[in-house]
Design a binder for this molecule. Sequence first.
Ligand SMILES: [Zn+2]
Length: 161
Amino acid sequence: MKRRSLFGLLGSALVPWLGAKPALAASTPTDPQWQLSPSQWRSRLSAEAFSVLRQAGTERPFSSTLNKEKRQGTYACAGCQLPLFSSKAKYDSGTGWPSFYEALPNGIATKVDFKLIIPRTEYHCRRCGGHQGHVFDDGPKPSGKRYCNNGVALVFLAKGN
Ligand SMILES: [Zn+2]
């Protein structure tokens, strides 16, 4: 009896973990102007960008041309063009996804997701809620952060253009 109740207790404690649903949706936009329906988003975005931004998908590593982008400029949200990262914070993490050690002020917001069971910090565009990537604590100095971004969720705006 004692054993059974212990198992029951453990079981119920594990349920929220094992039953964790992938974060399949984008986050709530802070700007009501960007509260678009899925079909409105589909008409604005490529299929790949829609999958990442609006369904929290992940692009194939080494598939983005932004991996090799070395020019000075700004990386903005592909959904709403809000500036998210400066080229100054970009570095080659070797992961196959564009990586940055810091985000621009007021660009992103974060939440914890359990898509791979282990909790990870998801981040998204603060304005339109579009999923961008995950942030990890194994980045270079000075921040020690690694913002691992889907290239298809970004547009690069070269300086002077
Ligand atoms: Zn956005």
